[in-house]
Design a protein around this ligand. Structure first.
Ligand code: GLA
Length: 654
């Protein structure tokens, strides 16, 4: 299968979504001039072009796209060509209401926005296949084509009648018999036993709480159905162009999609990333998504969308201060991206996103945004030959699994405050701040490449995953698990004893008596630190080493347990404490930070033989880097130390 290198050919792809259909033709020529000046070498065309390409059912209007493909090629700009299937034309909903999705409370999602398609609709799928087929036939041989971009941010749900029929088919395949389904769903509870497949529905709005396993299966089903839509289009383009890589753009840490599973079906993994410029943890949160995407890609990946300035979908939307766009773009490259792209090239004058930034803002060529983009384009071109295709080696893996997230994110929990993504972010942040390079992995992946494996929270684990964790520790690995791990099986059935017995034995937990969630603002004292969010009443086994809770109801009981190389942390330590704990455990296992004595707020990443240093602060800092190095960005040589200004970056080659 072709990979990202087939599209980059030694360059860092730089560019963005280009929506020329919103502009008169004169602007296209202006666009190409500005693109060339900024070093843009890649544009994504056609993401929302369906009504332009097929203004009436079955019609084909390719002339404008022919012109643009040629224009791009004439100027040496590659095209990532999108299938337009995320936003069907209005005629489709009007003529075929069966293509429209339905919400859990029975509302139809109408045209007039976007992503108003039912993944289960045979009509939608037929039209999507037809336009994909014709696009692939027409442009498969075009020299500008570098990559296929299927749909856009698959993220829809459907609770309508077609989805109900498809859900039943999916469940029949999974369970075979109604008895098996009734057992898995625990339908003895609240008189939910099914006597017929026809009685089974998507989890529509009930009077009171939903059946959790029904909800869990529906989430699995939805991810699978969207994946079927992707695979159908992918197979069409692949048939025409087996040498052109295929991708679809993920949303970061998106709830609705098992991205481990999806990534297996892609030639190239890409993600859209929009940290809030005002978020003091924007860099940490960005790093999490970058590490996760790199791990799904098992190598270089594509930053398909970011914003050059403000987005327009938060309550208050801030621009990026001078230098931040460069910093976060280079952060992505440091963490494995071989493409730095944006939504979108030119800021729209109309439509719902006219206040969302573009690489060319309303201020145009003279605007700061474009000027900074241009500087970045030149810098990316400079470092590209040394960077593209290079890998990152991590000694630490963080485990993450969508099924466990789905199982845990249900009504009827002991605390809605113990939100999984927050817990995941807290643990990854601790590793980031300890300067430990981390991959992500699925709990059933081969963990032997890692010295330390960290599980912030895996509420539901399969037996295979538990076996994998046990084998990992037996084989010499160090495992650190956070609270609410190993509680349920894959049907969301609580394991006897409230936590899997093998894991309890591994960590030295004799009895898990009660969970004690903490309220907002409430903390719990532990020896040497404070815990937040959660605490547990645990009786330790005799041979477990422990760090105790101090005072309160849990006084003297273990907050942290350790048995050999297996650690269990029953609360969420405050950020500095979690960082120090993980740094200590990693050091004990022989894992060193990227550099010693890195100032706070500086990020250090090794990619291939390069050392990236990024200052996320507004104050200048000096970093000790023994030896002599050349900074590929500035061309200057540095010895033993490097001073980084506000948002400063160096890419050092020794
Ligand atoms: C997503 C979409 C784009 C655009 C941006 C705005 O990433 O894919 O089409 O709407 O959001 O941030």
């Amino acid at each position: 299968m072709p990979d990202l290198a087939a599209a980059t050919r030694g360059r860092i792809l730089f560019g963005g979504d280009y929506n020329p259909e919103q502009w008169p033709e004169e602007t296209w020529h202006e666009d190409v001039r500005l693109m060339k000046d900024a070093g843009v070498n890649s544009v994504t065309l056609g993401v929302f072009s369906w009504s332009k390409l097929e203004p009436h059912p079955g019609a084909r209007e390719f002339g404008w796209l022919d012109t643009l493909m040629d224009l791009m090629h004439d100027h040496g700009i590659g095209v990532v060509l999108a299938t337009p299937t995320s936003s069907p034309p209005p005629w489709m909903g009007r003529l075929h209401p069966d293509t429209l999705p339905v919400t859990e409370d029975g509302r139809t999602e109408w045209w007039g926005g976007r992503q108003h398609f039912s993944h289960s609709s045979a009509t939608y799928r037929r039209y999507a296949a037809a336009i994909t087929e014709d696009l692939a036939a027409r442009y498969g041989g075009h020299p500008a084509l570098t990559m296929w971009h299927i749909n856009n941010e698959y993220c829809t749900f459907d609770h309508g009648d077609q989805a109900a029929a498809a859900f039943r088919r999916w469940l029949r395949e999974k369970y075979g018999t109604l008895d098996a389904l009734n057992t898995a769903w625990g339908t003895a509870f609240w008189s939910q036993g099914y006597d017929s497949w026809d009685g089974i529905l998507p989890p529509r709005l009930p009077h009171y709480m939903k059946n959790p396993t029904q909800v869990l299966d529906f989430r699995r089903f939805t991810s699978d159905m969207l994946l079927e839509c992707y695979v159908a289009e992918r197979d069409i383009v692949r048939r025409h162009t087996p040498h052109i890589p295929v991708t679809t753009n993920f949303m970061p840490l998106w709830f609705g999609q098992d991205a481990w599973r999806w990534a297996e079906e892609e030639d190239v993994v890409s993600v859209d990333l929009y940290p809030d410029p005002r978020d003091p943890l924007g860099a940490q949160n960005g790093a999490l998504v970058q590490d996760m995407t790199r791990s799904q890609a098992r190598g270089p990946w594509v930053l398909m969308e970011q914003a050059a300035g403000p987005v327009n979908w938060r309550g208050v939307n801030h621009p990026k201060p001078r230098g931040l766009n460069r910093l976060w773009s280079l952060q992505a490259v440091a963490r494995g991206a071989d493409a730095v792209c944006y939504f979108q090239w030119r800021q729209s004058r109309q439509g719902a996103e006219k206040f969302h930034s573009g690489m060319v803002s309303h201020a145009g060529e003279e605007g700061r945004t474009y000027q900074e983009v241009k500087q970045l384009g030149a810098e990316l071109a400079r470092i590209a030959p040394h960077v593209t295709g290079r890998h990152i080696t991590a000694d630490v893996a963080v485990l993450h699994d969508w099924h466990s997230w789905w199982a845990g994110a249900q009504d009827g929990r002991l605390s809605t405050r113990a939100d999984y993504p927050d817990v995941l972010r807290a643990w990854h942040r601790a590793l980031w701040e300890a300067h430990l390079t981390t991959d992500f992995a699925h709990p059933e992946h081969d963990l032997t490449p890692y010295t330390v494996v960290v599980v912030p929270q895996l509420y539901a684990l399969t037996d295979a995953a538990i076996d994998n964790l046990l084998a990992y520790v037996r084989g010499g690995g160090t495992l650190v698990c956070g609270f609410l791990t190993g509680i349920a099986d894959e049907d969301d059935r609580v394991r006897p004893g409230g936590m899997d017995a093998r894991l309890r034995e591994l960590f030295g937990i004799r009895t898990l008596h009660e969970w004690w969630p903490l309220d907002a603002g409430e903390t719990v004292a532990c020896e040497g630190f404070r815990g937040t969010l959660w605490s547990e009443e645990i009786e330790a086994a005799e041979d477990a080493e422990t760090i105790p809770y101090q005072g309160g109801e849990l006084d003297g009981l273990p907050a942290v347990l350790r048995r050999g190389r297996a650690w269990y942390v029953s609360t969420l330590p405050e950020p500095d404490a979690l960082r120090d704990l993980l740094a200590r455990i990693a050091a004990g296992a022989g894992v060193r930070p990227v550099l010693d004595a890195i100032p706070a707020g500086v990020e250090a990443v090794r990619r291939g033989d390069l050392l990236f240093l990024l200052n996320h602060g507004r104050e200048a800092v000096t970093v000790e880097v023994p030896g002599s190095h050349r900074d590929l960005l500035s061309g200057s040589t540095m010895r033993d130390e490097v001073t980084l200004g506000r948002y400063g970056v160096v890419v050092l080659q020794s």
